[in-house]
Ligand binder design. Structure first.
Ligand code: ZN
Length: 354
């Protein structure tokens, strides 16, 4: 075969080889510094990303950098975007302990608790400091309120360094939820969407929402996942947990998802697993309350409902019924509010359809 090549082809082949030799030292893993934390190849290091004071008080973000001994992709796993969604937070403590940097190819960036004010303040949806939803203010602002400054820090320090991202949610403190994943079928870059689809299958939840509703505006990306995805980094939002609890089964499902993802991305040895019978949900709707009062669910999460079925009702403080909430189509209840407090316009349930 070699005799049939031309001198020009052989010169080109040699140039290719010399390029390879030159490139080899560049491929070797270097130490990585994120904020004040540096991890050398084969090390894991933990510490805090500082979010300086601005119009309100300072906060900080606990992170771990696991620098693999060998080169490979960078995966960001983010917990605690909503502070009361605790199963992923506890799971990430286990992931940190379990992952072996000597085995790892690439880098794992763990954000243990993105929203420390919400976690310590035990709030749902909103920060106790500025009243904002961290998962609606991305990519954030360096000079904004604390939720915006947290988003800015995560965008610039974590998302910009990542190749792939999973924003790990669970049922908030009031949400009775069945596990599911959002696949962002954004439509900006088919390759990014396709990789994210495979990531959704790798994570392990069989119920997967096909989300085509996210904005394509890079400067108003709103969601953690969408901020990465718009920037060409395939990303998921996963929902694993319920009612603010870190129950053992939900913690374990988060841990399993993290390791399945690292194997899928070639970061750890071992078999790649994919969901065998995914339930693709192409239509979903968040039902909201028409009244303020006490909410009473009449179905459980995971229940199949038909169009017009009552999901729950709202009473006034004295116990008189104000309104019923009905399913707008045949579908499955992904989550339903499990505690009585209810404000007009807030979610009462999410129903999804194949
Ligand atoms: Zn959440």
């Amino acid at each position: 075969m070699f005799r049939s090549t031309t001198p020009a082809m052989r010169r080109a082949a040699l140039r290719g080889m010399s390029c390879l030799f030159l490139a080899t030292p560049l491929l070797a893993q270097q130490p990585l510094t994120v904020g004040p934390i540096t991890a050398r190849p084969g090390e894991k290091a933990s510490g805090y990303l500082e979010v300086p004071a601005g119009v309100d008080a300072a906060t900080r973000i606990p992170i771990t950098v696991v620098r693999g001994a060998k080169p490979g992709p960078t995966l960001a796993l983010i917990g605690g975007t909503h502070g009361s969604e605790t199963a992923p937070i506890i799971a990430l403590q286990r992931v940190r302990a379990m992952v072996d940097p000597a085995q790892l190819k690439g880098t794992l960036l763990i954000v243990h608790i993105a929203n420390l004010p919400s976690f310590l303040g035990r709030t749902i949806y909103y920060s106790p400091v500025d009243g904002k939803n961290l998962n609606r203010v991305y990519p954030g602002k360096e000079d904004g309120t604390v939720s915006e400054r947290i988003a800015f820090a995560i965008t610039s320090e974590i998302i910009e360094r990542a190749d792939y991202l999973v924003d790990m949610h669970g049922g908030d403190g009031n949400e009775s939820l069945r596990p599911y994943t959002y696949w962002n079928k954004l439509g900006l870059d088919e390759a990014v969407d396709a990789k994210a689809r495979d990531m959704a299958l790798a994570w392990g939840h069989d119920h997967i929402i096909i989300d085509t509703t996210r904005t394509k505006d890079r400067e108003k990306s709103l969601y953690t996942q969408n901020t990465a995805h718009i920037r060409g980094k395939p990303a998921l939002t996963t929902e694993t947990g319920a009612m603010g609890l870190a129950s053992e089964d939900m913690v374990q499902r988060n841990v399993n998802g993290a390791f399945r993802m690292m194997r899928f991305l070639g970061m750890l040895p071992g078999p790649v697993e994919k969901v065998e019978a995914p339930v693709w949900l192409s239509r979903y709707e968040v039902l909201t309350s028409p009244e303020t009062g006490t909410f009473h669910a009449t179905v459980e999460s995971g229940t199949t409902v038909s169009s017009g079925a009552v999901i729950g009702y709202v009473n006034d403080p004295f116990g008189y019924r104000l309104a019923e909430v009905r399913s707008p189509f045949d579908g499955e209840v992904m989550y339903v509010i499990g505690t009585p407090a209810m404000n007009k316009g807030e979610p009462v349930a999410m129903v999804a359809q194949r």
